[in-house]
Structures are given as structure tokens and as C-alpha cells.
Ligand binder design. Structure first.
Ligand code: MG
Length: 314
């Protein structure tokens, strides 16, 4: 049996922080605009290359996201950080542009039953709708990301064939999307499935345009990251503290935690340019705001040793 060959893995990973949008959207409490702004500013200070900040959905659609405009105009935008906003339609794109947004994202899925239930469209209808947004965004010189959710399993239909993921990804790549984030929405992926999907996708698009979005619902997220690294994937989505529940498994943890990802990558000698302690600071702040403890194991370990040190000092 061969050892894990660290030398063959990517030397540097880009971390895309999901806490402010994906994370907070799945929290029960509605967070005040000023707290969101403070949270994003703390995350910006950590060295993260990309932060998904909000979504320009119809203001009445999701109470948690009615302040997209205010958030984007109030945050301190640091050079070198890409602030991505979801823009589900042309109206959202227009509002995002008015708020000075330079990077946008659209959202579809690899399973027909999921797009039907979630956005009330077939996959092809969603590709047509988002195609308009992608084309308009690219004409205006914006950077575009696309999410393909339920790539490893669907809460309604169960298994999702690799060919479905490839078909959707190929259509998005064809539209000129800059980066594709492949999502394990319900947290069912295991490393072998990650290798299969990553291998199939790389026949369609260069690995540089590929990101993976894992959920830790069943504790497999970090194992999946290692499998993806072995397939040369070097962009991962995560959320500080593991913020955000899993909408399809009430009570379960959702996004892979940024702290857990950073701890592992650092231990493996893979650079991210992100300060684990500063992300912890942002998590500590938002934990106070949402009024609950966060799921990240590394965050908890850091907080426990900080508490121990404080107790010893007093
Ligand atoms: Mg997520």
C-alpha cells in the first residue's frame, strides 16, 4: 500500500467562505445588517480569497437576505478578496450591479426532482434562465461562479448519476462560467464518489475551474477534500464555524467548517493564505450573534484551549 503522496497534491488551495450567505440563510435567527457587515469584515481580515456575502433574491422571498444592497455597500472591500453574490435572475443581477458587485453566482442542480421542488424549474429551464444571467454578467465583465447542487445525492430521488452532473457542468462551462462549484448538498458523498465525479468532470473542463462544496452531515467532508485534492481540485467551499444547518436533515450539521479545512490543509503543508485564528475570531463573533455554539471541531478545540488558558491565568 502506498502512502499519501503529499508532493503530488496541489501546493495551494483557494478557500471560498460561505458563512455569510449559505451559512446564515440556514440559521433560524434573522441577523441584523450591522452584524452581517461586521462578520464579513472580520472574515475579510483573515486572508480569505473569496467570500460569498449575500443573495440578490426578490426581497420578499427570503427574510434573511432582504438587506443585500445594504450589506454590499457597507462592508469594507479589501483588495485581493472576491466578494461573490448570488443573482438568481436578471433583476437580481441589475440590483447587484447597482451595489457595485463584481462577482456573481447562479445556482442549479444535477437532479431533476431537486430543481423542480427547490426552484420550480426543470434542469433545462434553470439552465436557460441562468444562461441569460451568465451572458449578461459576462457582457458586463463580471466574474461568474455556478453551483451544481445535489451532485452526489438528492433528498427526493436519492442517487444522482455522474452523467447528470457532467451534463449540467458541461452546459454551464459552455456558457462561459468562470468557476463551477460541485455541491454535496445533503452530505452523502464518500471519497470514492468524489474521485468518480472529479475524474468525469475533468474530461469536460480544466480542473482550475472546478470547486467542491462538501457538507459534513455524516462526517465525511474532510475525507472528501483529501480525495478531491488527489484529483488536483484546489478550490473548496466552507463556512466559518460550520455555520448553517442542513435544510434536508433538521438538527444535522451543514457546511464543512472553514476552521476544520484550514487545520487539515495547514497540517498537510498546503498553503491557503488564511489565518485560522482570524477565522476563529469571526466565528466567535457570529456565534454570539446567533446565540448558539458552532459545530466546527477545530473551532471548539481552539475555544476550549483558550478557555483553559484563561482559567490558568486567573
Ligand atoms: Mg452549503
Amino acid at each position: 500500500m502506498s502512502a499519501l503522496d503529499l508532493a503530488s497534491l496541489p501546493k495551494r488551495v483557494k478557500v471560498c467562505e460561505m458563512g455569510p450567505r449559505d451559512g446564515l440563510q440556514n440559521e433560524a435567527a434573522v441577523v441584523a445588517t450591522a452584524d452581517k457587515v461586521r462578520y464579513i469584515d472580520l472574515l475579510s481580515a483573515s486572508g480569505l480569497a473569496m467570500i460569498e456575502t449575500t443573495s440578490f433574491v426578490r426581497p420578499s422571498a427570503i427574510p434573511q437576505l432582504t438587506d443585500a444592497q445594504e450589506v454590499m455597500t457597507q462592508i469594507e472591500r479589501r483588495p485581493g478578496v472576491t466578494y461573490v453574490c448570488l443573482t438568481p435572475n436578471l433583476r437580481g443581477l441589475e440590483r447587484a450591479r447597482a451595489a457595485g458587485v463584481r462577482a456573481v453566482a447562479v445556482f442549479t442542480a444535477a437532479s431533476e426532482s431537486f430543481t423542480k421542488r427547490n426552484i420550480n424549474m426543470t434542469i433545462d429551464e434553470s439552465l436557460a434562465t441562468f444562461g441569460e444571467v451568465v451572458r449578461a454578467a459576462r457582457t458586463e465583465g463580471l466574474w461568474v461562479r455556478a453551483y451544481v447542487s445535489t451532485a452526489f445525492g438528492c433528498p427526493y430521488q436519492g442517487a444522482v448519476p455522474v452523467e447528470s452532473v457532467v451534463r449540467v457542468a458541461a452546459a454551464l462551462a459552455e456558457m462561459g462560467v468562470d468557476e463551477l462549484s460541485i455541491g454535496d448538498t445533503i452530505g452523502v458523498a464518500t471519497p470514492n464518489a468524489v474521485v468518480d465525479v472529479a475524474a468525469a468532470l475533468q474530461e469536460t473542463l480544466p480542473v482550475e475551474r472546478l470547486a467542491m462544496h462538501f457538507h459534513d452531515t455524516r462526517g465525511t467532508a474532510l475525507a472528501n477534500v483529501v480525495a478531491a485534492l488527489q484529483m488536483n481540485v484546489a478550490t473548496f467551499d466552507s463556512s466559518s464555524g460550520g455555520l448553517g444547518g442542513c435544510p434536508y436533515a433538521p438538527g444535522a450539521t451543514g457546511n464543512l467548517a472553514t476552521e476544520d479545512l484550514l487545520y487539515m490543509l495547514d497540517g498537510m503543508g498546503i498553503e491557503t493564505g488564511v489565518s485560522l485564528e482570524r477565522v476563529r475570531d469571526a466565528s466567535r463573533f457570529i456565534s454570539g450573534v446567533v446565540g448558539r455554539d458552532l459545530a466546527s471541531r477545530t473551532y471548539r478545540a481552539l475555544e476550549a484551549s483558550a478557555a483553559r488558558a484563561a482559567a490558568c491565568a486567573s
